[in-house]
Design a protein. Structure first.
Length: 133
C-alpha cells in the first residue's frame, strides 16, 4: 500500500516516489523527477493509460511493481518493447532498447508482452510485464 500524494494518481497510470515516506505521485502530464514505482491498480477495474479513477491526496492506493497487467495504450506497442516515461511530461513511449542514459526518459521496469501492432490497431489494450524486463 502507498498513499496518493496528488490528483495525478489514477488507476492504470504509472506513479513515482513522492516527497513524503510512503507517498506516490502520478506521472501523467507532469515532470518525472524520481524512480517510477509501478502501476496503480484496483480490483475489478480496467487499468488504462487514459484517465480513469482518480484518487485524492491521502487515499490509500495499491501499486503493481511486478507481474503482468493490461493497460490502454494511446500509441503502437510491439511485443518485446521496453516502456519508458518522458521526464518532461510523463508521456509513455515503447522502445526496442532500454534508454540507459536516462537523460530524457525513465525506464519503468516493464515490457510489452501482448502488443497492439498491425494488423490490429495503433492504440488499445496491451499487456505489460516485468518478466524478462
Amino acid at each position: 500500500q502507498a498513499i496518493a500524494g496528488d490528483d495525478k494518481v489514477k488507476v492504470g497510470c504509472f506513479v513515482q516516489k513522492g516527497a513524503k515516506e510512503g507517498e506516490v505521485i502520478g506521472t501523467s502530464g507532469v515532470a518525472v523527477n524520481s524512480k517510477v514505482l509501478g502501476v496503480v491498480v484496483k480490483d475489478h477495474y480496467l487499468s488504462s493509460e487514459s484517465e480513469t479513477i482518480t484518487y485524492k491526496a491521502g487515499d490509500n492506493v495499491t501499486i503493481l511493481n511486478a507481474g503482468n497487467i493490461f493497460i490502454e495504450a494511446k500509441s503502437e506497442a510491439k511485443i518485446g518493447q521496453y516502456i519508458h516515461i518522458a521526464k518532461a511530461d510523463g508521456a509513455l513511449s515503447f522502445d526496442d532498447t532500454i534508454d540507459t542514459s536516462g537523460s530524457t526518459k525513465v525506464y519503468t521496469g516493464f515490457r510489452v508482452s501482448k502488443g497492439n501492432q498491425a494488423p490490429y490497431t495503433t492504440d488499445g489494450i496491451i499487456e505489460i510485464t516485468t518478466a524478462n524486463a
